[in-house]
Design a protein around this ligand. Structure first.
Ligand SMILES: NC(=O)c1ccc[n+]([C@@H]2O[C@H](COP(=O)([O-])OP(=O)(O)OC[C@H]3O[C@@H](n4cnc5c(N)ncnc54)[C@H](O)[C@@H]3O)[C@@H](O)[C@H]2O)c1
Length: 395
């Protein structure tokens, strides 16, 4: 088995995804990393030296890394607004790309990435790790088995207790960098809704706004001081928080309705100031209903109701399926999706995620945000060109 030469663009936080789970059996070497921060590059180098016992080359310019290092693949784990430029550059150099979600922050940007992969016959894997979470896989298996009949409706409620800390203190809060948290967070869920329904959104509308974090104290604009995003439970209640990003113009409450091409109706609701965290999906079919309690953490179950009662609510269904998480980040989905990228680079497998699906989730999020910002009017999601829709980015 050939040793893969791998590079990382955006080396901290999510940037450890490519190296954190490596074992000698993977036969992968982290050759180099690129980051705009020398501080992060120093941390990256020390991490690789300590954990993997080699010294990676470090670059402040990702283009130099790609031009010099003869890489087989690159992880693009930089902030959302960098994805389009960096992925296109790597694909144009024929390098396989693992690209974090959201694929891009505009529909045009996502389409440009898909065209670059197609035109350069370069492999492209999207970081939709929820497609490897045990509770999502179980829901998909149950739906595909026909146990709830034909799916007609999917509702997802997304409670994000760490929203204020994680998304309103740095670039995530600025529309220019993230567009909307319907992409940054919602791209995952819209993608899961599409996957469970077996179709993509054709029409979307929404309501929502910046309802809590807009007027709270902001920090000084000082690029010299790195922002440490905290997940501090003492930052509570939300109205007591301070130190917000100098620009806060993304919504902290998003609600969109989706009409899918196959007739399924769906809704996604996201709130960034709840005391608890969960992605809670309800899937209603012609023979029953499914719902998950808990997501990729401990004690997650899926309840199935398929025995009709008159006027009674039961917390537990007629059948309960336990879906314990696997080992590793995000309930084991991180090591699983990383290994699927290496398999794709070796021509040995197909990932659960797809660039086309990632594009449709971003397109739905972009137009959902557009609707929220324009009084809730509906927008049609543009269809991808047929040649891009049908292309296999993993072969
Ligand atoms: N799939 C998941 O579960 C998951 C989880 C977290 C984050 N993400 C995604 O991963 C990406 C990174 O998120 P993060 O929270 O680690 O971001 P971050 O803001 O912490 O930045 C990551 C790194 O990128 C570097 N960077 C910034 N601009 C750069 C540029 N122009 N070129 C090269 N490097 C640059 C930063 O210095 C930092 O080291 C985002 O797209 C995010 O949406 C995905």
């Amino acid at each position: 088995m050939k040793k893969l030469r791998i590079g990382i663009i955006g080396t901290c936080r999510r940037g450890s995804l490519g190296d954190r789970y490596l074992t000698p059996e993977d036969n992968v070497e982290i050759i180099a990393g690129a980051d705009i921060s020398t501080h992060q590059l120093d941390r990256f180098k020390a991490r690789i030296q300590e954990n993997l016992k080699n010294t990676p080359n470090c670059y402040l310019d990702y283009r130099e890394m790609i031009e010099k290092e003869k890489l087989d693949g690159v992880f693009v784990t930089s902030p959302d607004f960098c994805h389009e430029e960096q992925a296109v550059f790597a694909l144009e150099h024929g390098i396989g790309v693992y690209l974090e979600k959201p694929i891009a922050i505009t529909v045009e940007g996502a389409d440009r990435i898909l065209r670059a992969g197609y035109e350069n016959k370069a492999k492209l894997v999207l970081g939709h790790n929820m497609r490897y979470m045990s509770f999502v896989l179980k829901m998909k298996e149950l739906i595909d088995s026909g146990v709830i009949g034909q799916v007609k409706a999917i509702w997802c409620r997304h409670f994000i207790s760490y929203g204020g800390d994680a998304y309103f203190h740095d670039w995530h809060a600025d529309r220019k960098c993230a567009n909307s948290l319907l992409l940054q967070k919602g791209a995952h869920d819209i993608d899961v809704i599409h996957w469970l329904a077996g179709s993509y959104t054709r029409r979307v509308n929404g309501m929502g706004g910046l309802t809590v974090y807009g007027d709270l104290p902001k920090r000084e604009k000082n690029p010299e001081v790195p922002v440490e995003t905290t997940f501090n439970t003492s930052n509570w209640p939300p109205l007591e928080q301070k130190g917000f990003n100098p620009v806060v113009d993304v919504e902290d409450l998003n609600m969109i309705n989706m009409q899918l091409a196959n007739g399924v109706f769906a809704t996604y609701m996201q709130c960034h100031y709840t005391p608890d965290s969960c992605r809670n999906y309800t899937v209603i079919g012609t023979k029953g209903r499914l719902e998950n309690y808990g997501d990729h953490h401990e004690d997650t179950t899926i309840e199935l109701w398929d025995d009709r009662r008159i006027d009674a609510f039961r917390l537990n269904g007629d059948a309960t399926f336990r879906t314990p998480p696997g080992k590793g980040g995000h309930g084991g989905s991180d090591p699983a999706i990383v290994r699927s990228f290496f398999s794709v680079l070796r021509g040995e497998g197909k990932p659960n995620s797809s660039p086309q699906a990632a594009r449709y989730s971003v397109a739905t999020g972009c137009l959902g945000a557009e609707s929220i910002r324009n009084g809730g009017i509906p927008f049609d999601v543009p269809k991808l060109a047929n040649y891009l829709e049908e292309y296999d980015y993993s072969s």
